[in-house]
Design a protein around this ligand. Structure first.
Ligand code: ZN
Length: 241
């Protein structure tokens, strides 16, 4: 079994379609780590496509925000404007679907959660080495897949020590070790690489790899500007920040 693991799609349909095309022949199933909406101009289409394709999906803080479960004061003004805009574009079915998603779920020796396994609805960021190492006590599967920071990285813990790496991530499982992997963001990468990011988890090979995929950034940008969303949300797609 090989899963494509998608996170932080953020209403970017161009990036989502490119990733789904890329993973088509490389994987047998799709998992989604939340923040399917917010920032981009196609929240409804992204929700529908993910609902159709994903075997398992968890909720993110942007789902919480558009459903009114998280005060918008939590966000900076661009994210807030995007959340308000997105809220108006989702219909009852989309809201019901997003409202029923769990905060975390476990599947095939992996925990799936948007932000952190300890308190998923506190939306803490795992950014530093210590953030990740402290999170291992909060799940008991071998793998934990996260998104939220939009920065690919891997924390690993075992009797031979601790390890933390960011950037281009490829993990070969080692005996007795456990892993937290951030698969990066499909729709709004922030590691200065503008290409869409997603993870491939190959269970038999014991391998996780974060892939990068080119997509039509100009089209995604244009839609954001034409929708009247903050221009900064378009510009950051080009810069990958
Ligand atoms: Zn996000």
């Amino acid at each position: 079994m090989r899963y494509a693991i998608l996170s932080d799609i953020h209403g970017n349909l161009e990036a989502l379609r490119a990733v789904l095309a890329d993973c088509q022949d490389r994987t047998d199933g799709v998992l989604c780590l939340g923040d399917t909406v917010g920032y981009g101009a196609d929240p409804s289409a992204c929700v529908e496509l993910v609902a159709e394709r994903a075997q398992a999906i968890v909720t993110g803080n942007h789902e919480f925000a558009v459903l009114g479960r998280l005060p918008l004061a939590w966000f900076n003004r661009h994210a807030r404007a995007a959340a308000e805009w997105t809220r108006e574009r989702l219909d009852e079915d989309h809201r019901a679907y997003l409202g029923a998603l769990p905060l975390s779920t476990a599947l095939d020796d992996a925990t799936l959660v948007h932000a952190s396994p300890g308190q998923p609805d506190e939306w803490e960021y795992l950014v530093t080495a210590e953030d990740g190492f402290a999170a291992f006590e909060h799940f008991d599967t071998r793998w934990c897949f996260v998104g939220h920071s939009h920065m690919p990285g891997v924390w690993s813990l075992g009797s031979s020590g601790r390890e933390y790496r960011t950037g281009a991530v490829s993990v070969e499982v080692a005996r007795g070790r456990r892993y937290i992997v951030n698969v990066g963001s499909v729709g709004q990468p922030r590691d200065r690489d503008a290409r869409a990011a997603y993870g491939i988890w190959d269970l038999e090979a014991g391998r996780v790899e974060v892939r990068r995929v080119d997509y039509d950034i100009a089209a995604a940008r244009r839609k954001i500007v034409e929708a009247g969303l903050p221009r900064l949300l378009a510009d950051r797609l080009t810069a990958g920040v």
